[in-house]
Design a protein around this ligand. Sequence first.
Ligand code: CP
Ligand code: NVA
Length: 303
Amino acid sequence: MKHYLQFKDLSAHEYTYLFARAALIKHKFKTYEKHHTLLDRTLAMIFEKASTRTRVSFEAGMYQLGGSVVHLTTGDSQLGRAEPIEDSAKVISRMTDIVMIRTFEQTKIERFAAHSRVPVINGLTNEFHPCQVLADIFTFIEHRGSIAGKTVAWVGDGNNMANTWLQAAELLGFTVHVSTPRGYEVDQAVAGVGSADSYRVFSDPLQACRGADLVTTDVWTSMGYEAENAARMQAFTSWRVSAAMMAVAAPDALFMHCLPAHRGEEVDAEVIDGPHSVVWDEAENRMHVQKALMEYLLRGEMA
Ligand code: CP
Ligand code: NVA
């Protein structure tokens, strides 16, 4: 049994399969062709933080595969009344076939997975957001072909998305140019990468964007860090993706943002709503890649 708790839980070979499979699944969805590979299977979705895309993409995706979903939150389940995560895992995984969790510390999802009889997917933790980077790379491939050998500029917080990009770069053979304010750097140990070979750190975000094939950013204040919001608003002012940054990137550079976005904070409206931006494809592709992922975790490679 396989879990998907961080990006490096799958191999480069498995990603090659998943990207091809997601393209097929997307095509079938667009042409109204039935694809019920998870008929009668149930996905449990556990949300300890808010969500729009993750909720809708997993829920709609599971229905499209012929399955159904159970939606749980901290507030409306015994998780919020201190039932141990290990006990919750044992119970939920006896009644459902696959589990998606959005929570705080990575250790929480690891404890759940250790006591689960069924595959567990990380729907975002403080440390990682693997389903999002899976969708982002699929989107890059759709628009530009293979990401191997390319350069991705990360502008902003050294957060769960940044960590996941570092893992993806190490695994899939591309380079990340990371620029964060001082005090918000990526940490190689937290990111879980073996070396610093696949990323370069820049103090100036404009220099990080120079020549990049993809420029990407995220909110200045992630969920769970709201108490730091005022300090972050001050620290991050120079880390707003601007038209000037896109102008020094490769001429055909893409702009991505996992969303939700704050125009005028981490990105200027003219960038996210401009010609380089593929953020709506990126959001839609969450559903297609996660369908491929759920199918793979439950059934392995399918012809
Ligand atoms: N990008 C993303 O995970 O969005 P939600 O928080 O809306 O799920
Ligand atoms: N880094 C953001 C991503 C939201 C999808 C957060 O964790 O809130």
